[in-house]
Write a protein that binds this ligand. Structure first.
Ligand code: PXL
Length: 271
């Protein structure tokens, strides 16, 4: 049976991230993708100045109440960047009212990278993300976000043991399955999976450049593979390869420093 999901994140009109990325990737894997925009921005907030923001906090409950009255339900709810702290309680209500029994609550706590919160965010957003993260079936933070969620001071060179401690804290908070991206050493970069029983990783060679929005591409591809029934090892491998290929496709194009160019990779990808 084909799958129908709801994604809740901003629309950054220019900048290839969040909702626009989810809407490009998930339907191309055969997944019907419904959106609940949390805000409309002229661009994403990393690397652009004077971006505009239309907050949609007051519109979101009206949309949700209409869907409840229509008895609409989803196989997964996928949350990303949330710019207003009032939206976290609504997200929990959406999970309770609109997610099918045995549906997947998939949380990408998109709020930080390289040791820092994104420019428009603050500690209230971190606390809101903690509230939804602990309810998640899949939690998919990068290492910076995992540090914020567990109140661990960020370091550029966490050891494997330290990363495992962070993952265990996230599992103890209540998240059922964790994928931490942005795990690296001198030569390799990749992601690690953790649940209460097992942990594994998939690495590729480290690239000389990194891009904002990479996490959003990774999350959408991971969710697509999970919904299409792939096991977690294959999901991690294929999703990491997709992201690295997208980065390789962008390196050298100095006009495109704001996001990876994933579209050509997606077109030719064996799904
Ligand atoms: O890629 C994450 C993201 C999503 N949405 C907005 C952002 C960012 C990262 O900077 O600014 C608005």
């Amino acid at each position: 049976m084909s799958k129908k999901i709801l994604t809740i994140q901003d629309i950054s009109c220019y900048g290839s991230c969040s909702t626009t990325v989810a809407l490009s990737i998930l339907p191309s894997f055969g997944i019907e993708t419904v959106i609940l925009p949390s805000a409309i921005l002229s661009t994403h907030t990393s690397g652009f100045k004077n971006f505009t923001v239309l907050d949609l906090t007051l519109e979101m409950p009206k949309i949700v109440n209409h869907w409840i009255s229509e008895n609409i339900k989803f196989d997964a709810i996928y949350t990303g960047y949330i710019g207003d702290v009032r939206q976290f309680d609504l997200i929990l209500k959406i999970k309770n009212e609109l997610l099918k029994e045995n549906g997947i609550f998939f949380c990408d706590p998109a709020m930080a990278d390289y040791g820092k919160l994104y420019p428009a965010l603050n500690n209230d957003i971190v606390n809101g993300m903690k509230k939804i993260a602990k309810e998640s079936d899949f939690l998919i933070p990068n290492l910076t976000e995992a540090s914020f969620l567990t109140d661990t001071p960020y370091k550029d060179n966490f050891t494997d043991d330290e990363i495992e401690k962070i993952a265990n804290k996230l599992l103890d908070m209540g998240a059922k399955k964790i994928i931490i991206s942005g795990v690296k050493n001198e030569k390799k970069l990749g992601a690690r999976y953790y649940d209460k029983k097992e942990s594994f990783e998939y690495f590729q060679g480290k690239r000389e450049k990194s891009y904002h929005g990479t996490g959003d591409i990774f999350s959408s591809v991971v969710l697509a593979y999970i919904l299409n029934g792939y096991d977690m090892k294959t999901t991690l491998k294929k999703s990491t390869e997709f992201v690295v290929k997208s980065i390789d496709n962008t390196i050298g194009d100095e006009t495109h420093n704001y996001a990876p160019k994933f579209e050509e990779i997606l077109t030719n990808w064996q799904k």
